[in-house]
Design a protein. Sequence first.
Length: 279
Amino acid sequence: MNIVPTLRKRRAQAAAAAAVLALTLSACGSDSGSGGSEDKAKAAGITLVKPGKLTVCTHLPYKPFQYKDGTKVVGFDVDLLDLVAKDLGLEQDVVNIEWAQVTSGAAFQAKKCDMGMGAMTITPERQAAISITEPYMDATQVLMTKKDSGIKSLADLRGKKLGAQADTTGKKYADDNAKANGYTVIPFNDLALQENNVKSGRVDAAINDNGVLYDFVKENPDMAVVAEFNTGEQYGFGALKDGSGPKLVAKFNELLTKAKSDGKYNEIYKKWFGVEPTK
């Protein structure tokens, strides 16, 4: 019986099997899909709502911070949270939801999203309900009206209607000053409704954040921002109060510091506001 060919055949078969196994392991190791993304997030101690995605809740539209351009959600806040998504190897997925669910923390507790964005002013009430990042932008409230309205201040609104967006610091400011100035506050569920109701004349003026109303005026020359109020507000991004929330907040804070030092923050800011930040 000639055993040499048989041994050679077995050795060849074993070598082929080893090669197939090596290729299989190599393919698994080079996977760039959600598995790899999940590994990066897990290594940072972060559990995601959806595998391979950074799910972000907001209330659309709030241009230029977040709004739909075709089917895609774009904006200043979107680009900033992309710093987190890209660092963790994730794709950002934006969910449109009632604003109060973000600021109250209900959206995070119900596992609808990992983080929340929306030019959100940092307040003690919100800090008690959710984890919030370090401030990424300063803001204030402004008054917008038709250019030829003759309105220059809240005092000029006596007997008139002031539009405000529900569940915002602008709405609170409008409410707090209504009695002294004799106007009626008309709430709107979103920014676009508020702005367009001033334009159509249903309300006499609107109060909201400076960034969004100046953006609207830029595209609507018949409108004007006539007053600013020194509210000293600062924006932050939200997340769950415990669990992965503080870790996502810490990750953003780390990346924001880096972006401000290497010029990336200024680049994003100028993209959306046309100028670099003053500080």
